[in-house]
Design a protein around this ligand. Structure first.
Ligand code: BGC
Ligand code: ZN
Length: 375
């Protein structure tokens, strides 16, 4: 398809073939590609990368759009509106936007805007599954899937998408706990101190909880320091296990698991207090099984304690909007904290190899991102 708008560069992979990330050329999109005048043409400013991109390039995950051999990567975006279709009233050229990731499939949840809760087996996620992502010069999208960001959030806006994953999980926990009529969580544990663990700790601190965040590495290190700036406690599991901390201080009202290591789920279960809630967010594509799990004890405590365990993936518009408010709140409560997460800036799409170097074992990497175009 030779487009009237010319071509543009994008970073893509051949899904199912490991290590195939490359610079591709494809047709530049136009507003009229989206029906009903709802198109928004966006110039890409920044795109963050994460473990999902790493797995896609390792051929463990990801699928190309129908009719394509390649998949354009990138689902953590920040862009600026260039042009809007005639039926777009909520956005204007110059606005900063972040695009949502998942698009509706066929289940009843998709039909009411809750595609993050789809029951379909095949799901559509830009940059991940069956839809091209944002790691390109520009993209076009319906205004329905774009979220407006205040200009003052430009510097940290690329963190919105990973934050939404946390916002959805915490939002689900609070929603579930309405069953308790007077739930007032005080103590939370975040198991995992990577990017998601840092953002989960932030969101819980902004809600006034006391937070213990567990990671593997011993102090001092960058992430531990950042957690302490939030007033959270950082615990290295090499020095104090989750179980030891619980024995000393008691169980938690809310536990957020985000290590990517499934055996930690059982530790999370054991650390969840009576009437408490455990949120699981690790995407564990392997085939690990665990011996020696105290199944009777875990089950008995869950039953006698009316506890809940909930899985969470992706995020809907509500979580994006809560995320924007939390970014604003974070800038006010902990000025400059968010920007410290942006550890690795890679200038221009041409330098894509540096993104993958950072993902594959770069030192001190919290968030690596491509600055496709300066803010
Ligand atoms: C993305 C989510 C997505 C999930 C599963 C994560 O990296 O941030 O939006 O739903 O992967 O594909
Ligand atoms: Zn992601």
């Amino acid at each position: 398809m030779k487009a009237k708008n010319g071509t543009m560069k994008a970073v893509a992979v051949f899904p199912g073939r490991a290590g195939t990330v490359h610079l591709a050329e494809l047709a530049r999109p136009g507003v009229s590609d989206v029906p009903n005048g709802r198109g928004v043409l966006v110039e890409v400013l920044r795109v963050g990368v994460d473990g999902t991109d790493k797995e896609i390039n390792a051929a463990e995950y990801g699928e190309a759009p129908p009719g394509y051999e390649f998949l354009v990567l990138g689902h953590e975006s920040l862009g600026r509106v260039l042009e809007v279709g005639p039926a777009v009233t909520e956005l204007a050229p110059g606005d900063l936007v972040v695009a949502m990731v998942r698009r509706p499939g066929t289940s009843v949840y998709d039909a009411i805007g809750l595609q993050d809760m789809t029951t379909d087996d095949a799901y559509f996620e830009r940059g991940i599954s069956r839809l091209h992502g944002y790691l390109s010069e520009a993209y076009v999208e319906s205004a329905d899937y774009l979220v407006l960001l205040p200009r003052s959030l430009g510097e940290v806006g690329v963190l919105l998408e990973p934050l939404t994953v946390v916002e959805k999980g915490i939002g689900q926990a609070y929603e579930i706990q309405r069953r308790l009529k007077i739930w007032k969580p005080q103590r939370a544990a975040v198991i995992g101190a990577g990017t998601i663990g840092l953002l989960a700790t932030l969101a819980l601190r902004l809600r006034g909880l006391e937070v213990d965040t567990f990671g593997r590495e011993k102090k001092p290190h960058l992430n531990a320091g950042l957690l302490e700036q939030l007033g959270a406690a950082y615990l290295s599991t090499q020095e104090e296990t989750v179980a030891a901390r619980v024995a000393a201080r008691g169980r938690y009202d809310l536990v957020f698991e985000c290590t990517g290591f499934s055996p930690m789920v059982f530790e999370g279960m054991a650390a969840t207090g009576k009437n408490g809630v455990l949120v699981l967010s690790s995407i564990t594509g392997g085939s690990r099984s665990v011996d020696g799990v105290p199944a009777d004890k875990l089950n008995l405590d869950f039953v006698l304690g009316n506890k809940v365990m909930v899985g969470t993936v992706n995020a809907g518009r509500d979580a994006f909007e809560t995320g924007v408010r939390d970014l604003i709140h974070a800038e006010a409560a902990y000025p400059g904290w968010l920007a410290q997460l942006l550890t690795h800036r890679v200038e221009g799409l041409d330098n894509w190899p540096q993104l993958f170097e950072a993902l594959n074992g770069g030192k001190g990497v919290i968030k690596a991102f491509c600055e496709v175009r300066p803010l």
